[in-house]
Design a protein around this ligand. Structure first.
Ligand code: PLP
Length: 225
């Protein structure tokens, strides 16, 4: 457990340096602790160190951990199947993985039925890898404009996954492109859209992501292992 404390200290330093390089303060960057590989005791320990946001990539795992610790912010970061929509709406601070139109419609319908806002990020496939989920960058404008029709769904920003590569520099162009996409649309006042968050960067490349403007970084192994 001391390990988590030590990891958290060095992560905080690294966040501070990277934020400084991008002209920001560390307080403008939120750490999302990806707890998918750890148990609830470990989540509690991380929470006791001051971490309030936790991410899971499976609905069932998120729901069961949330039962034990309902008072913290739970984020869904992984693929969401349409048949799980009914279970997850109302249970998350943010869903990072809105990657198809049909899913947006289902989330909206469910949110409306429960009279609950459904806060989401749009996942973009910047790298264009075939196996990756996400909208194509060229589709973003259309998706944001169409968000006007939603009754419960709200778009709070963009998310991407960089290609897996041991060299964090190889992710930089992907992060830069997501930042530029946000800049392109940030001042259009689409209804139900507020492009506040850029969720990008994982254990391997979060410093580079922050340098390129990330304000939500998703860290698993760097914190817990
Ligand atoms: C697992 C996961 C992470 C965290 O990965 P690490 O390399 O352990 O930091 C971040 N984002 C998503 C979508 C993940 O599935």
């Amino acid at each position: 457990m001391e390990k988590i404390k030590n990891n958290w200290e060095s992560i905080k330093n690294k966040i501070e340096q990277a934020a400084f390089k991008s002209g920001r303060k560390a307080s403008e960057v939120t750490l999302l602790a990806v707890s998918k590989t750890v148990d609830i005791e470990t989540v509690r320990r991380a929470h006791s160190l001051g971490i309030n946001d936790f991410g899971e990539n499976r609905v069932n795992e998120l729901l069961s951990k949330r039962e034990s610790l309902p008072g913290i912010n739970w984020h869904l970061i992984g693929n969401l199947q349409t048949n799980k929509v009914k279970d997850i709406v109302g249970k998350t601070t943010l869903i990072h993985s809105l990657d198809r139109w049909r899913l947006a419609q289902e989330l909206d319908k469910r949110g409306l039925a429960l009279e609950q806002e459904v806060p989401v990020l749009i996942q973009l496939n910047i790298s264009g890898e075939e196996q990756k989920a996400g909208f194509k960058p060229a589709e973003l404008g259309e998706v944001l404009a169409a968000a006007e029709q939603f009754k419960a769904l709200s778009i709070y920003g963009l998310m991407t996954m960089a290609p897996l590569d041991p060299d964090p520099e190889s992710a930089r162009p992907v992060f830069r492109e997501l930042f530029q996409l946000r800049q392109k649309f940030i001042d259009r006042n689409y209804k139900n859209v507020n492009l506040k968050y850029l969720s990008m960067g994982m254990s391997q490349d979060y410093a580079v992501a922050i340098e390129e403007g990330a304000n939500l970084v998703r860290l698993g192994s760097a914190l817990f292992h």
